[in-house]
Design a protein around this ligand. Structure first.
Ligand SMILES: Cc1cc2nc3c(=O)[nH]c(=O)nc-3n(C[C@H](O)[C@H](O)[C@H](O)COP(=O)(O)OP(=O)(O)OC[C@H]3O[C@@H](n4cnc5c(N)ncnc54)[C@H](O)[C@@H]3O)c2cc1C
Length: 413
């Protein structure tokens, strides 16, 4: 695996991979047999490999060395991550830490806070969830009612959050809370890192309609957060939350990618090749309507891949995700949901009544049901359309009769 360094530390990274990957891995990758390599990947101890790579700075090599990275330039970091991807090496910690929390911390937090939060995030030792939505504040997130009141070097937090994906298996959370109720709703909000193991944090699991435990309610009672864990300046939490939501739209927009954790693993749904194989297998592909649906699914998938590719190229060139993320998020939700409808049509009666002995059969309807959430999670498709209307088409902003009024004076349901 020796090679001259194409990016700083490449030799060291290759040596590390030799140490952490099982014997035979290199030969499998070299043979070009992707399926064999991916099958081998199933047997790996992913958290240990991610922790090893994270501690050595290879999970986000673009961050500074004091913050868990290697201080590489954007292009060198991309080359390093490209190598991990080409080698099918697991290097993405579970949860929303890497895609959502890390860019927010990187952009907004002080160096001391970055030093505390980023290294364990990048090594996967602290997994992150997102405490934004509340029972009375979803699309209108800025009306949130969870409060954080300063007490010396700490903040005392009270309130309730909901829909917290992976809240039951996260050590840390991105929390936005109201720190000044006398400001208009977008202003008096501050963004914190919350240790989910703190006294006063109660996580209650919810079961979704597909029968999966994925998200939770989180109750916060007199939870104390050291000021060191404050990510945004006081009162600037809304702008910091926009960094997270921009990154989230981007993460929920991409096409399927087998090589690493992809949006489809989050969004659910059967891939097109499996739906097509099922249609050929049971003869549904002989029906003109099913053939037509499969062709449309193929075209939509290609269009989405090209549009997402363009958005990713812009991001790689240093442009942060903006309204493009809203466009691809709407398209991804629509494409995925329509494909799962084709899957149900393909299966016919077997989509609702299956042989219990057939372990795979229930999975089709589970995946179909899971994808109904795609047009809600990460901001609904209606809200994304509002963003596109306002920021891309230049339409008038949504009227807000309470604009400029103190949050405490605005009526809430
Ligand atoms: C699977 C899943 C995972 C999630 N994970 C997380 C998480 O980890 N952390 C987190 O904080 N949140 C999470 N959410 C919450 C998600 O962000 C919210 O559900 C979403 O923002 C919508 O809020 P709401 O459910 O309160 O619906 P509401 O805001 O009450 O909306 C109800 C309906 O009204 C429409 N609507 C509302 N306002 C407008 C408007 N101005 N213009 C047009 N239409 C409008 C909406 O589009 C929707 O159809 C998750 C949701 C799901 C489904």
């Amino acid at each position: 695996m020796d090679a001259p360094d194409g990016f700083p530390g490449e030799h060291e990274l290759r040596q590390l991979l030799d140490e952490v990957l099982p014997a035979g891995w290199a030969a499998s990758v070299a043979s070009g047999d992707e399926e064999a390599t991916l099958a081998m990947r199933e047997t790996l101890d992913n958290p240990t490999i991610v922790a090893t790579l994270g501690r050595a700075g290879w999970v986000a090599p673009q961050y500074g060395t004091a913050f868990g990275g290697r201080g590489l330039s954007r292009s060198d970091a991309q080359a390093a991550l490209g190598l991990l991807q080409d080698w099918h090496v697991p290097h993405v910690p579970r949860g929303s830490g890497l895609p959502l929390a890390a860019p927010t911390i990187d952009q907004w937090a002080s160096d001391d806070t970055k030093r505390r939060l980023l290294p364990p995030l990048l090594s996967g030792e602290e997994r992150w969830c997102q405490l934004f939505s509340e029972p009375g504040a979803g699309s209108d997130m800025a009306s949130l009612a969870t409060t954080a009141v300063r007490d010396g070097d700490e903040w005392v937090v009270n309130g309730q959050k909901v829909w917290t994906t992976f809240g039951h298996e996260s050590e840390m959370a991105m929390l936005i809370a109201r720190t000044d109720p006398d400001q208009p709703k977008h202003k008096g909000i501050t963004y914190f890192g919350l240790d989910m193991r703190s006294p006063g944090v109660e996580v209650r699991q919810l079961v979704n309609m597909a029968g999966q435990v994925e998200f939770n309610e989180v109750f916060l009672s007199d939870v104390r957060i050291p000021d060191l864990l404050r990510i945004s300046p006081v009162g600037e939490g809304w702008a910091a939350a926009m960094t997270t939501l921009g990154a989230e739209r981007f993460a929920l927009s991409g096409p399927k990618c087998k090589k690493r954790k992809s949006s489809d693993e989050i969004l659910g749904g059967k891939p097109l090749d499996e739906v097509r194989a099922a249609a050929v297998g049971n003869g549904a592909s002989q029906r003109p309507s099913t053939r037509d649906a499969l062709v449309q699914d193929h075209i939509r998938g290609r269009l989405l891949a090209l549009t997402s590719g363009r958005a990713r190229a812009q991001a790689a060139a240093g442009r942060r995700g903006g309204a493009e993320g809203s466009i691809t998020k709407i398209a991804k939700a629509m494409t995925n949901q329509t494909l799962q409808e084709t899957a149900m049509e393909t299966l016919g009666p077997a989509s609702v009544a299956w042989d219990p002995a057939d372990g795979d059969a229930a999975e089709w309807s589970t995946q179909f049901l899971r994808t109904r959430a795609n047009s809600i999670e990460g901001g609904t498709s209606e809200i994304q359309r509002n963003i596109v209307g306002e920021r891309v088409l230049g339409l008038p902003r949504e009227p807000d009769p309470f604009k400029g009024q103190a949050w405490r004076d605005v009526p809430r349901s």
